[in-house]
Design a protein around this ligand. Structure first.
Ligand SMILES: [Zn+2]
Length: 138
């Protein structure tokens, strides 16, 4: 498969990237208000508490919104068209990702469609979480 542009792990995101390498979607939640959030931060975006912890999300969610990109962004030339989506995890947070496993057409991408995470190793350091329709075998 063609390679995607790779993110750079930082101290704040190291746990996240270590998780994806193991096939786990690691996100954070707040011990004060119990809300889960994404992207990784050392404080709660809801109540600003610093009492936060990592946990492994279910990897299940639903398609919240998407666009089908026909214009190749830098580094994505081999991927057009592709689906840039916002997935709402069952735990609450929304994350930007790509939907794979379906032809990128609106009839295949109903809003609220159940999706599940899948992982794609891109390099020794980076495995990216992508989403596919729940129950599919992409
Ligand atoms: Zn909080």
């Amino acid at each position: 498969m063609p390679k995607r542009p790779l993110p750079e792990p930082t101290p704040e995101t190291r746990e996240y990237w270590e998780g994806t390498k193991r096939g786990e979607l690691r996100i954070q939640r707040c011990r004060s208000c119990s809300k889960a959030y994404f992207y990784p931060r050392p404080f709660c975006p809801w109540c600003a508490s610093k009492d936060v912890e990592w946990f492994t999300a279910s990897g299940k969610g639903k398609l919240y919104s998407y666009v089908i990109s026909h214009r190749p962004a830098h580094g994505f030339q081999d991927w057009t068209p592709y689906v840039i989506a916002i997935v709402e995890l069952d735990e609450g947070p929304r994350m930007m990702t790509n939907i794979i496993g379906v032809e990128p057409a609106p009839e295949n991408l109903p809003v609220d469609m159940p999706v599940e995470v899948t992982f794609e190793q891109q390099s020794d350091d980076i495995t990216v979480p992508l989403f596919r329709p729940a129950g599919s075998r992409a």
